[in-house]
Unconditional design. Structure first.
Lengths: 290, 130
């Protein structure tokens, strides 16, 4: 079975099927680039949490399906789980996310509106956003999974391109509809740049143009009941993405916890596979003429 | 029940594709004058067009086809036509950068600026097959 997984990974690493532009290296921050209309991106990512004394390692994988509905609207579905060392492995819920670009053209600052509904439980650990106060990591999965959370998350995404650098700022507001705990706030800031800006004429896997490096800074800003930095989690995270083939990419980011409320480190790894012209392929499958 | 679901999916996809009629240039897709005047900084590096070809195959063939003639179902422009080739380098660069999202052309600002200029170099090499 393990051999099958290794073979599958090796195949996807070296397979070259269809074609796609480079992926951002960010895990938490969003920039203004949406999915191309009709394309479907399938991504598996995971967050590994390095524990403090008295806590346990956790592994939180999630599957992400991202579809470009139009040139200005991208929709995503997330399925997530979590496994804690010495505890259990559980399904922690699902999310539906939508991003809209209100402005058609490129501007100095490009705003994107973000709305996400989360149907998760309190054991969720994927850390796709850091909001509110620092999380409690000492409770067992059995206790945490019993508490469901219906949450709405909104973001104002601002993103710019300057001399081939991407600079992105996200301002996050989240509301747990299941609890009367006010609004939670967070932020995510990031910069990134390709290692080479000119494309070489040859097909190469390890060319510098296939790598984008950057750094993210993200954390919570408290709630309406206690706004500020007190007892919040913050991370600084170098990040790199590698365009392995024309439709597959790999991302890695080791995030370092900056406050006592943070985990000492979060290790993030993501692998994405792009299906270009997904809607057309689906239509052909159901008999539409090419 | 299964048949009903398949029909619903097919109907939905058909609606999505029904908008793909013959391509019509968008008269509202106007390029600012200063952007149209920009020269291609790679004009004296014709070798960079090879990289442009690679980028074109990666990013453009899904709608414009490998020869740039454009797929009717995608409303995509035939890049070999004089109406495209007569546009300035700056105009093509601006259109690649900004896209025309309401007409299906995505923005490619995620590509570094030199790579967008490489695309312009390669588009200049697209010629109709006799």
């Amino acid at each position: 079975m393990r051999l099958a997984y290794i073979a599958l990974f090796a195949f996807s690493l070296f397979a070259s099927v269809t074609l796609q532009a480079q992926e951002s290296p960010y895990f938490v921050t969003y920039d203004h680039h949406l999915e191309e209309p009709g394309n479907l991106e399938i991504e598996t990512s995971s967050t590994v949490g390095v524990p403090r004394a008295g806590q346990h390692w956790f592994f939180a994988p999630y599957l992400e399906l991202e579809y470009g509905v139009t040139g200005r609207w991208t929709s995503e579905l997330y399925l997530e789980g979590q496994s804690t060392a010495g505890d259990s492995t559980i399904f922690t819920g699902w999310r539906i996310e939508n991003r809209f670009r209100p402005l058609a053209r490129e501007h100095w600052i490009n705003p994107v509106l973000y709305l996400e509904y989360e149907n998760i439980n309190e054991a969720s650990r994927i850390r796709k956003e850091i909001v509110g106060a620092a999380p409690e990591l000492n409770e067992s999965n059995a206790e945490l999974r019993a508490t469901r959370a219906h949450e709405l998350e909104t973001r104002l995404i601002l993103s710019s391109t300057a001399h081939d650098w991407n600079i992105s700022e996200n301002f996050i507001v989240e509301k747990n509809l299941s609890e009367n705990e006010g609004f939670e706030f967070g932020y995510a800031l990031a910069v990134a740049r390709p290692l080479a800006t000119l494309a070489s004429g040859k097909n190469c896997r390890f060319c510098r143009e296939n790598f984008i490096a950057g750094v993210e800074l993200y954390g919570g800003l408290g709630t309406t009941q206690g706004f500020g930095l007190h007892d919040t989690a913050h991370y600084a995270a170098p990040a790199i993405s590698w365009q392995i083939s024309d439709n597959t990419s790999l991302r890695f980011s080791p995030a370092i916890g900056l406050t006592h409320g943070s985990s000492p480190a979060l290790l993030r790894l993501g692998y994405s596979y792009e299906i270009r012209g997904f809607s057309t392929k689906l239509a052909r499958l159901f008999g539409a003429k090419p | 029940m299964r048949c009903w679901i398949l029909s619903a999916i097919f109907g939905l996809v058909s609606i999505m594709l029904a908008q793909n009629s013959a391509y019509q240039p968008d008269p509202n897709w106007r390029v600012p004058q200063d952007a149209a005047m920009k020269p291609n900084p790679l004009a004296r590096k014709p070798d960079a067009a090879a990289g442009g070809k690679k980028l074109f195959l990666r990013n453009c063939t899904e709608c414009h086809g490998q020869d740039g003639s454009g797929l009717v179902k995608k409303h995509a422009a035939d890049l070999q036509l004089p109406v495209v080739q007569n546009q300035s380098d700056g105009t093509l660069f601006w259109k690649i950068t900004n896209g025309n999202p309401d007409r299906g052309m995505p923005s490619f600002s995620k590509l570094p600026e030199p790579q967008r200029w490489q695309l312009v170099l390669f588009i200049r090499k697209l010629k109709p097959e006799n």
